[in-house]
Design a protein around this ligand. Structure first.
Ligand SMILES: Cc1cc2nc3c(=O)[nH]c(=O)nc-3n(C[C@H](O)[C@H](O)[C@H](O)COP(=O)(O)O)c2cc1C
Length: 383
């Protein structure tokens, strides 16, 4: 098997977990710049959107070169649609394709997609194989244009994106197919579920330590994740654990203790890209907290430039990030109230300018009051 980014990634492999409504292009851009996670995923996209010719999907598949290796995540329940979507994703230059078999949303599970696939292991296998077949067809020269059912406007957009890619990413190279799933449906069932997945030879399985029935309640079971790693030990498939990791150190400990290749971090990265690095700035230092606000502004600017410029309503999805970045700064609640009412990057900048001016004045006043109030303290400082 040819080497891919999964083989070349550092170990332990710490990646940014896909989060719908969170890990958009702007979020991934700053997470990658400041935290350098080994892999990032797009938000999940329904495979049906290719048939509908939904051009909005192209926003979900937006990325820049700094985000590589970047994995496109898709979901659905019809193998043939996965095969066709795989061709499109290869043309768009993605480094990997991931199949969502973990989403617990009732509307998705009822149709047999997302975590619903845990109940249909044969269909899950067919889907992985169909996606791999799409990649293989593309490697041998297939294009989206060959797909008679692909809407012409979408074909044109995909071709334009492909032409703008660096030559190395236009080249027909192997694109690994991976799966992201949960430990079970109603109850943990890794001993039955993981071997079925392994039969279809995905390059990696990221496994969230909760069942579908749990949703996001309770704690992730890392013992079950460890059991999945044990089951996969003889295979070439990488196993990444996922669920409730809140620090870099915890990610390393989990990887080592449970015999994993790495960990995906979702909510722990919200407003905190440094979680992927050993030298996580200590938020008890004021300077580091201010750094998070500068990152917030940078993300708002990328968001406006690429996502919300033509449609300011879309800036709403940026507001929760602003709240996360502003956590724990002095005067956080007032600042957050102001930030969550912003509608573009200019407004964010003005709120932050006011905040910094206020903090600066406050700090100067404090210094003055210290030096005039206590000669004793000043004397000590001079020594
Ligand atoms: C808001 C939100 C959106 C999510 N969207 C996706 C998604 O699109 N695809 C996916 O595979 N998982 C999705 N997840 C699940 C996460 O990738 C991850 O498995 C889960 O949050 C547990 O990891 P964490 O405790 O590190 O956040 C989502 C989770 C959250 C909180």
């Amino acid at each position: 098997m040819t080497e891919t980014f999964w083989d070349r990634a550092p170990r332990p492999l710490l990646g940014l977990a896909p989060m719908d409504g969170v890990t958009d292009h702007a979020c991934r851009h700053v997470q990658k710049k400041f935290g350098r996670p080994a892999v990032v995923y797009t938000e999940f996209v329904a495979v049906e959107r290719l048939d509908i010719g939904d051009a909005g999907m192209m926003k979900d598949f937006l990325y820049d070169e700094s985000q590589r290796p970047i994995i496109a995540q898709i979901y659905g329940h019809t193998p043939d649609r996965f095969r066709r979507m795989a061709v499109m994703l290869c043309e768009l230059g993605f480094d990997g394709i991931d199949i969502n078999m973990g989403c617990p949303a009732a509307s998705i599970v009822h149709r047999g997609s997302g975590a619903g696939l845990i109940r249909s292991p044969s269909l899950a296998q067919e889907i992985v194989k169909a996606t791999q077949a799409g990649v293989a067809a593309w490697q041998q020269g297939a294009t989206l244009r060959d797909d008679a059912d692909a809407p012409a406007h979408l074909v044109a957009q995909v071709e334009a994106r492909r032409r703008a890619l660096p030559a190395a990413f236009q080249a027909r190279r192997p694109i690994p197919v991976s799966v992201k799933t949960r430990i079970g449906y109603d109850a943990p069932q890794v001993q039955e579920w993981v071997p079925r997945l392994l039969e279809s030879e995905p390059s990696a399985i990221a496994i969230h330590g909760r069942t579908l029935a749990q949703g996001y309640r309770g704690a992730a079971s890392w013992d079950e994740i460890g059991a999945a790693a044990h089951v996969a030990r003889q295979s070439k498939t990488l196993i990444l654990g996922n669920g409730d990791v809140l620090s870099h150190q915890e990610a390393l400990q989990r990887t080592l203790h449970y015999g994993l290749d790495g960990v995906l971090i979702g909510r722990g990265s919200n407003g905190n890209p440094f979680i992927f690095q050993p030298d996580t700035p200590d938020r008890s230092h004021l300077q580091d907290r201010y750094l998070h606000l500068r990152i917030a502004l940078e993300q708002a600017r990328v968001h406006e430039a690429w996502i919300s410029k033509q449609n300011p309503y879309r800036f709403l999805s940026m507001r929760k990030h602003l709240g996360w970045y502003a956590r724990a700064v002095p005067g956080a609640s007032t600042l957050r109230r102001a930030l969550v009412e912003t509608s573009n990057a200019g407004e964010v900048e003005r709120v932050l300018e006011r905040y910094f001016a206020h903090r600066h004045a406050w700090e100067i006043a404090r210094e003055k009051s210290v030096s005039t109030d206590s000669t004793d303290f000043t004397d000590k400082n001079l020594n």
